[in-house]
Design a protein around this ligand. Structure first.
Ligand code: NAD
Length: 289
């Protein structure tokens, strides 16, 4: 019997790569429901998966901020169960906090936090009843440590950590596993899709010059990190596969080498001062301290 997988946010990036990989397994182990908010974007997925997906791939519409659309997608699952739920849909928001509109801040929480939680909610009762399931969430190093100019993104991703860790404690009693796949920078459409204040935007006129100069440094740092250290989605998919294939999956998997030096001071120095200094040095280097 095939394992039934449902993935959110499959029109690009990590979700697309994972859907392609699982649906093209030669052993046909998985039946993949690749969901996306906008079905008009399904061509890219279909091109990538070619003709390797006979009987292993269905594409469904699902907007994770819309409960009805989640329920409609759920109704379309012919097996009437999901063995592996991958909550991957997410958006970014970058810029000085004082210029962020309430609507943008609400939106990122709607998608990243409530979207993830609503999706889990929709499938939780059945998983509990069957005493089986694996919930995987695309996490971020921005959910483990703060990043300047990413206040709301980090807030949304930290919140997911709390929700998943809390659920994991309970769900082990139901033989349901929760795994966060913690990614550093990944080459996807994320940077294109994210809402970013550009230098020169009228909205930045009200921002003080010191913040703007630090923001400029942040943007340079960010583009060089993405150019030099970003992973490909295939690397991330490998980590998903490790988690999916494990008989006792962990709560957290790390996809790259970027994490430990930054999380270490958080664990060893809980007052946070060392972390704040280290991060500031990494991002703003020359000017600080
Ligand atoms: P991406 O922009 O290519 O993919 C995100 C997907 O989510 C898109 O297909 C988008 O259409 C979809 N989406 C957005 N709002 C949605 C909604 N309301 N309902 C359903 N789908 C929606 O970027 P990605 O890098 O593949 O992002 C996937 C996940 O990885 C996100 O949760 C992101 O936070 C996380 N992540 C990405 C990076 C990175 O550097 N790319 C790093 C850490 C974590």
């Amino acid at each position: 019997e095939k394992k039934v997988v449902l993935i959110t946010g499959c029109s690009s990036g990590i979700g697309l790569s994972l859907a392609v990989r699982l649906a093209s397994e030669p052993s046909k182990t998985f039946k993949v429901y690749a969901t996306m908010r906008n079905l008009a974007k399904k061509e890219r997925l279909l091109e990538c998966v070619k003709d390797l997906h006979q009987g292993t791939l269905e594409i469904l519409q699902m907007d994770v901020t819309d409960r009805q659309s989640i329920m409609q997608a759920k109704d379309m699952i012919v097996e009437k169960r999901v063995d592996i739920l991958v909550c991957n849909a997410g958006v970014g928001l970058v810029g000085p906090l004082e210029v962020q509109h309430l609507d943008s801040m609400r939106h990122i929480l709607e998608v990243n936090l409530l979207g993830t939680i609503q999706t889990i909610q929709a499938f939780l009762s059945e998983m509990k009843a069957r005493r089986q399931g694996h919930i995987l969430v695309t996490g971020s190093t921005g959910g483990l440590h703060g990043l300047p100019f990413n206040d709301m993104y980090c807030a949304s991703k930290f919140a997911i950590e709390g929700a998943c860790e809390s659920l994991a404690v309970l769900l082990q009693h139901f033989n349901i596993h929760v795994s966060l796949i913690e990614c550093g920078p990944v080459n996807t459409d994320f940077l294109v899709n994210l809402q970013k204040a550009e230098l020169g935007d009228p909205s930045l006129q009200q921002v003080d010059t010191q913040t703007l100069s630090l923001y400029e440094k942040y943007l340079q740092h960010c583009s060089s990190v993405f150019q030099n250290a970003a992973q490909d989605t295939e690397d991330i998919v490998k980590v998903f596969l490790t988690a999916i294939q494990s008989s006792s999956p962990a709560l957290r998997y790390f996809t790259g080498s970027v994490v430990p030096p930054l999380t270490d001071p958080k664990l060893t120095q809980p007052d946070g001062l060392q972390y704040i200094r280290a991060m500031s040095k990494i991002i703003f280097s020359s000017e600080e301290q």
